[in-house]
Design a protein around this ligand. Structure first.
Ligand code: CP
Length: 315
């Protein structure tokens, strides 16, 4: 593994999940592996879980971390080649990535979708240009279209709580007052393809994800029908993909409630967090013993630790 940009960078996914579970049992087993190594963490967007869990993962491996809020502490970056830089952007990605590569042994980047320009977002400019111009491994801490560390942690959580060989997993769209990116949903869909599961996406009309990612996953437009017999319910909002960046509905008909969870097979509830209570999901679901949201956040550490360890071992 040269970089960790998407889940496809993990070649043997089931093995990776098992290894991450082993790291969880014995987090300091490789505490000297990262001695004298530095991880740079560059944030173009806010974070709680990703920032702290990745730092904690690094600590477990003896890696030093340097964290920078790039959106308001660094020089604004230019990504185009050949431009006359007479505007607001003071530093070119070529120099920025090369310089970061001198201070760090690995760099992790968070850069969300703009939701203004689908083509540009899907081009993953920030992540891919860092990967192009840095001479060190690049780690995706949520990009425009993918959140592989979250999906990896979600896989660990499902494995830990699955009582069936082939559980039914439902990814359900849920309301939100802001337009949110597709990254978490995209990576969750990609991740579930690596599991033995019956997988359904529940969503209102107009909220189909990128068909290139969902493929032949069944889409159900009736939430309660989709929830029938579910063992895991993952709620997430995303904005419209076809009417890119738009919010098509503002009602609370798709909020996940305790009443709706009665359709399931006493399902476990999942969400990546942060979550807006009583908008996305009702208090009763979040506060129920079947809610796995805190354990998902906990498993972010071991997903990140697996990635850091692999990159260190690959030299
Ligand atoms: N789930 C997740 O990535 O959380 P943060 O945005 O707080 O990092």
């Amino acid at each position: 593994m040269k970089h960790f940009l998407t889940l496809d960078d993990i070649t043997h996914f089931q093995d990776a999940v098992a290894e991450a579970q082993a790291l969880k049992k014995n987090p300091f087993a490789n505490e000297n592996l990262g001695r004298h190594k530095t991880l740079g963490m560059l944030f173009f967007n806010p974070s709680l879980r990703t920032r702290l869990s990745t730092q904690k993962a690094a600590q477990h491996l003896g890696i030093h971390t340097m964290v920078m809020n790039f959106s308001n502490e660094a020089w604004a970056l230019e990504f185009e080649n050949g431009t006359k830089m007479n505007g607001l952007r003071s530093e070119h990605i070529k120099e920025a990535a090369a310089v970061v590569s001198k201070y760090c042994d690995m760099v992790a980047i968070r850069a969300f979708a703009s939701l203004n320009d689908k083509v540009k977002d899907e081009g993953e400019e920030v992540l891919n240009k860092f990967a192009e111009y840095a001479s060190i491994p690049v780690i995706n801490m949520e990009s425009a279209t993918a959140h592989p560390l979250q999906a990896f942690a979600d896989a660990i959580t499902i494995k830990e709580h699955s009582t069936k060989k082939r559980p039914k997993i439902v990814l359900t769209w849920a309301p939100h007052p802001k337009a949110l990116p597709h990254a978490v949903a995209n990576s969750f869909v990609r991740m579930v393809k690596n599991l033995e599961a019956d997988f359904v996406i529940a969503q209102p009309e107009g909220y189909q994800l990128n068909a290139a990612i969902t493929g032949n996953t069944p889409l159900v437009y009736n939430q309660e029908e989709a929830l029938e017999g579910a063992d895991f319910v993952y709620a997430k909002n995303w904005c419209s993909y076809t009417e890119y960046g738009k919010i098509l509905r503002t009602d609370d008909e798709w909020m996940l409630t305790s009443e709706k969870m009665k359709h399931t097979n006493d399902a476990m509830f999942m969400h990546c967090l942060p979550v807006r209570r009583n908008i996305v999901v009702a208090d009763g679901v979040l506060d129920h013993p079947n809610s796995l949201v805190i354990e998902q956040a906990n498993n972010r550490t071991y997903a990140a630790q697996w990635v850091l360890k692999k990159l260190l071992q690959n030299g």
